[in-house]
Design a protein around this ligand. Structure first.
Ligand SMILES: [Zn+2]
Length: 225
């Protein structure tokens, strides 16, 4: 299905309930919402990202909306000197955030918390192409809808990161109701590849679950090489 059609379907399924409520929620009236189309950006010199991700035991949950891979908390993302604890990653199809009008068939969201409790979402985008070897190792571990699994081996969250750690950053929100704002978004600029067969396997595990892009409302997106 074309990305535009996927997005339309996502809107219909995920946002019908929000639209039906009488009083507008933050999802309708918020001015700093996610995802966005990253168009004009402001170059910035840093801070650089450093990934202190380590393989460890994981708990994998398919809640019927997405597959989430939870970690016990040993992995950290460092933005400059600031440490952020990795809690989980999960999947969206299509990818939500767009770059220069380009929509992506899939995204992973890595969710972190700072020491002060702020949520930091790191996005890895995927284009259709070759089979993704790291995902090929992970896919057989993903449980069916409504099920969970604790694999016997370790899961390495770093295996699904691109080599280029350049990124875009903007202030956004949760992408599902209640659309809480104050979430820091970091979108890695280099997309990974996923094969059509792997996309089909994910489609059997969870439905279209991405939110459409939201207005920037004057927000600045910084680009860090
Ligand atoms: Zn997400």
């Amino acid at each position: 299905m074309a990305a535009q059609a996927l997005k339309a379907a996502a809107l219909a399924t995920l946002w019908a309930a929000a639209a039906a409520t009488a009083a507008p929620t933050l999802c309708e009236r918020g001015l700093r919402q996610s995802p966005i189309d990253i168009t004009a950006t402001r170059p910035a010199s840093g801070p650089a990202l450093r990934f202190g991700y380590t393989g460890g035991p994981a708990r994998i949950v398919n809640d019927g909306h997405t597959v989430r891979v939870h970690f016990a908390g040993a992995s950290r993302l460092f933005v400059g000197d600031e440490a952020m604890k990795l809690g989980q990653f999960h999947f969206h199809r299509p990818g939500g955030d767009e770059i220069g009008g380009e929509a992506f068939p899939l995204a992973m969201h890595y969710l972190h918390k700072t020491r002060s409790g702020q949520l930091v979402a790191l996005v890895v985008l995927f284009r259709l192409g070759a089979e993704n070897k790291a995902l090929a190792a992970l896919l057989p571990l993903f449980p069916a809808q409504g099920e969970r699994r604790v694999p016997s081996g370790v899961v390495d969250p770093a295996a699904l990161l691109p080599t280029d750690k350049g990124y875009y950053a903007y202030d956004g929100s949760l992408t599902a109701p209640p659309c809480t704002e104050g979430v820091r978004w970091i979108v890695l600029r280099q997309a990974l590849e996923i094969s059509p067969a792997q996309m089909a396997a994910l489609a059997r595990l969870f439905p279209v679950n991405a939110r459409a892009v939201q207005p920037l409302n004057g927000r600045i997106v910084i680009a860090v090489p």
